[in-house]
Ligand binder design. Structure first.
Ligand code: FAD
Length: 415
């Protein structure tokens, strides 16, 4: 059996380590941080959304990967979300599926996922070295030379790289492996932040901080051209907007230079209705109470803080003016303005959250150069790639961890 070095002790590295060691290989796991799985621990708000169980086919599941979906067909056929659920449950980690399909540990504790992986690694005698950062990786004819930050170096016939991307770099993933990949002849698709928040300067956005709208439709436009359109929930914050809907937009448009100030977002708060339908919904709402004051005009239809913002915009920032009017006195121009604000509220984007705060990295090691059946490099024999370091990323909902588990499992089993 070979000696295998795995670089990175996150989801992909741990999965690879357990599977390779279970097969009888001597596995050494090198982790730069003081503990394993720091991203696993913080994932899913500390609950670890391990995968998603909403889809009836692999094809449907793959639709949640803006990059990597074609590459993942083979891997998911070998070790898909149901295999993962079985893998954990066979090892006594009880899981639950929430109504939207997201799968969590039954006790809502991400530490139970990490504990299980650590126990399995221990059971199969994986040698774990913490606080051990790999500084370079070279290949001679027969072996890899792995240099460490403590001045030592190690040799192995096979190496699995599981260093992650560049997201949440405080968890250890700071893109170290890209330079090694380039030196070994791999192409790197430019790493870009994905699943991140958008910065907005307008004060009214900041005034709505803390407000979540469960389902809106968002259109990202460059000048007047729509670039991407997505639906999802929206969260207002003190710096701009966030939440799953915004994450999808920043994922689909990863790499966009928002600092150009050419980009705006159009928000539709009523994607379930056409404009005509919405008009009649509102007219009907008002007809039940024509004495309703105009600054209360959408009560029960949208949250009050949003309603006040809309009244402010329609009645030119004069809430006292609005307060005096009744809905039956609203003229056609004001009515059209209300509909426009509810269906295509425009906000100017001034940037994205600072680099490193994104949830995942889009881009990474070019997938054309990796064998999807084994995760082995097509360029360097004995070198395997797993997890977020590759040019694979998904939406929120368990898809990123699933890609890490699957590719880790395949590398561990085929190494
Ligand atoms: C806040 C947050 C919440 C998330 N929630 C979810 C979720 O609920 N569900 C989901 O599917 N996805 C979620 N994700 C994304 C998901 O966690 C990652 O895509 C996934 O963990 C990537 O796994 P990985 O093993 O490839 O990389 P990582 O987890 O980043 O692990 C890489 C490891 O390599 C180590 N390393 C890096 N360089 C070196 C080096 N030179 N030498 C030695 N070690 C090194 C790092 O210290 C790190 O431990 C979340 C991400 C964030 C940031």
């Amino acid at each position: 059996m070979s000696r295998i070095i795995i670089i990175g002790g996150g989801a992909a590295g741990l999965m690879a380590a357990v599977n390779a060691a279970e097969k009888g290989h001597k596995v050494v796991l090198l982790e730069r941080g003081p503990k394993l799985g720091r991203k696993v621990l913080i994932s899913g708000g500390g609950r670890c959304n391990v995968t998603n169980n909403r889809h009836s086919s692999i094809r449907e599941f793959l639709a949640n990967y803006p990059r990597g979906s074609k590459f993942l067909i083979g891997p998911f056929n070998k070790f898909g979300h149901q295999d993962l659920i079985n893998w954990f449950e066979k090892r006594n980690l009880k899981l639950k599926t929430e109504s939207d399909g997201r799968v969590f540990p039954f006790n809502n504790e991400s530490s139970s996922v990490l504990n299980l992986l650590e126990l399995e690694a221990k059971k199969y005698d994986v040698k774990i070295f913490l606080n051990t950062r790999v500084t370079s990786l070279e290949k001679s004819d027969d072996f890899f030379l792995v240099r460490l930050n403590n001045g030592n170096s190690l040799q192995a016939e096979k190496v699995i790289i599981a260093c992650g991307g560049m997201s949440y770099s405080q968890t250890g993933s700071s893109g170290d492996a890209y330079a090694w990949a380039k030196n070994l002849g791999h192409k790197i698709i430019r790493p870009k932040p994905s699943l991140t928040g958008l910065l907005i300067r307008e004060q009214w956005v900041k005034d709505l901080k803390g407000l979540t709208i469960p389902r809106v439709e968002l259109k990202l436009c460059q000048s007047s051209k729509t670039i991407v359109k997505e639906a999802g929930s929206l969260l207002f914050t003190h710096w701009g907007i966030s939440g799953p809907g915004v994450f999808k937009i920043t994922s689909l448009a990863a790499g966009t230079n928002y600092e150009d100030f050419e980009y705006k977002l159009l928000i539709n708060f009523f994607p379930q209705y056409t404009n005509i339908e919405l008009q009649s919904v509102i007219r009907k709402h008002w007809s039940s109470n024509p004495k309703r004051k105009a600054d209360n005009l959408l009560k029960g239809l949208i949250p009050q803080r949003l309603e006040l913002m809309i009244a402010d915009k329609v009645f030119q920032n004069s809430s006292s003016k609005a307060a005096k009017k009744t809905v039956s006195e609203i003229n056609n121009k004001e009515f059209s303005h209300i509909i426009e604000l509810l269906t295509s509220l425009e906000i100017q984007i001034s940037g994205i959250r600072p680099s490193g705060e994104e949830i995942v990295t889009a881009g990474g090691v070019c997938l054309n150069e990796i064998n999807s059946q084994t995760m082995e490099s097509k360029i360097v024999k004995g070198l395997y790639w797993t997890g977020e370091v590759m040019d694979i990323d998904g939406f929120t909902g368990g898809y990123n961890l699933q890609a890490a588990w699957t590719t880790g499992w395949i590398a561990g089993n085929s190494v």
